[in-house]
Design a protein around this ligand. Structure first.
Ligand code: FAD
Ligand code: FES
Length: 348
């Protein structure tokens, strides 16, 4: 006899989900077009935390890193990893924001490929003219690989171009998909994507913006800034962009254009590996620390942080200690895909 399909009841709004075998509660929600808070989808960042009111969940690939003992005692669960064991009731905040679009699966064609620096490729994906992707600046798409595996990439372009999506793909050493982007995929290739995903989007506030990006963490921030420029945004905007070495600064022209086109925009490059021999005279060290040192009034900013999990975790911990309002820090954690994290854990 086949396994009975469980029902997940989301409270307080009463929506019902029907996860498939092996599907996380978050994936079943996204498949049904229900947007729940999430970012990494790897069980690390804690964005998808929810409270289990009734029933049981399991974590077939082991307890997620993003839950501590206290969370577990409080029946907190991470929906990106939790699978329903029978029927469950979960208290979770469904995001229904004006302009929030349905998650779609679409084919797309690689229209342009441009090498931005030694390890970052700009891809422009063209969607079918009849299937534009409505998204909010800062969101991402998953590119679908074989066997249901997927790789996440933030959209770097403005939502005002809903059929042309720009991505910034950094080549990961030994990475399967990003290796293919540099070695095999050519202009004209057809890919499949799912999106828009994620809740890293601009907040409804009048506070100045502090953007902190690590490497290709610049991509979602560029989408926000392109969109803001189109809206003639006037507020002060400060961007700190961290990379390892000067040759990694792949978007200097774009950022200089922002300096001349925005009312009040300034950016600071921060190198983590400038090297003693280098003639670099700018900021060095960790990018979030440079922002902490450079701005006296962190409390007044909405802070957007995107990039590697190490940066995001450090910023979330250390920026509030330096005076930032924890409720005004928004983040996107660029973790590896769940199948790769499992493979890495298994190989340790
Ligand atoms: C929300 C979100 C947005 C993102 N946006 C961007 C973006 O805009 N730009 C960007 O560049 N990146 C982005 N990322 C990160 C991006 O998704 C990853 O870099 C990408 O998934 C890597 O894919 P890959 O197939 O090349 O690497 P994978 O094949 O997934 O490998 C990743 C790592 O795991 C290791 N690994 C894999 N299998 C094994 C194994 N069996 N044993 C040991 N080690 C193994 C590899 O060596 C490699 O170091 C984002 C991530 C998230 C979650
Ligand atoms: S822990 Fe679930 S989305 Fe990050």
């Amino acid at each position: 006899m086949g396994r009975e399909q469980p029902t997940v009841l989301l409270q307080p709004n009463g929506l019902e989900l029907h996860p498939r075998e092996g599907e996380s509660i978050l994936d079943s929600a996204l498949r049904a077009g229900v947007n729940l808070p999430h970012s990494c989808k790897s069980g690390n960042c804690g964005s998808c935390i929810a409270r289990l009111i009734e029933g049981e969940v399991s974590y077939p690939f082991g307890p997620p890193m993003g839950l501590n003992e206290e969370d577990r005692r409080n029946r907190s669960v991470l929906l990106c990893k939790a699978q329903a064991v029978g029927n469950v009731v979960v208290e979770a905040q469904v995001i229904s924001r004006a302009g929030q679009a349905q998650v779609k699966r679409l084919p797309c064609r690689v229209q342009e490929m441009t090498v931005l620096c030694h390890d970052v490729m700009r891809l422009v994906l063209r969607l079918p003219a009849v299937e534009p992707l409505e998204f909010l600046p800062g969101q991402y798409v998953d590119l679908m690989l074989s066997e249901g595996r997927r790789r996440s990439f933030s959209i770097a372009s403005s939502p005002s171009q809903p059929t042309l999506l720009e991505l910034h793909v950094r080549r990961v050493p030994e990475g399967e998909f990003t290796g293919q982007v540099f070695e095999q995929i050519t202009s004209g290739a057809v890919l499949r994507l799912q999106g828009p995903l994620g809740n890293f989007t601009l907040q409804d506030s009048t506070r100045p913006w502090l953007m902190v990006a690590g490497g290709t963490g610049l991509a979602p921030i560029k989408s926000m800034l392109d969109w803001a420029l189109e809206q003639a945004e006037q507020r002060p905007i400060r961007l700190y962009w961290g990379v390892r070495r000067p040759e990694d600064l792949y978007a200097v022209d774009t950022l200089e254009r922002y300096v001349s086109e925005f009312n009040d925009f300034a950016w600071t490059p921060v190198l983590s590996e400038a090297g003693a021999e280098s003639d670099w005279r700018g900021e060095t060290g960790l990018v979030h620390q440079a922002a902490i040192n450079g701005l006296k009034d962190l409390w007044s900013y909405d802070i957007y942080v995107a990039g590697p999990p190490g940066l995001v975790n450090a910023a979330r911990e250390e920026m509030p200690e330096a005076g930032a309002n924890p409720a005004s820090i928004f983040f996107d954690s660029f973790d590896y895909a769940p199948d790769s994290l499992r493979a890495i854990a298994a190989s340790d």
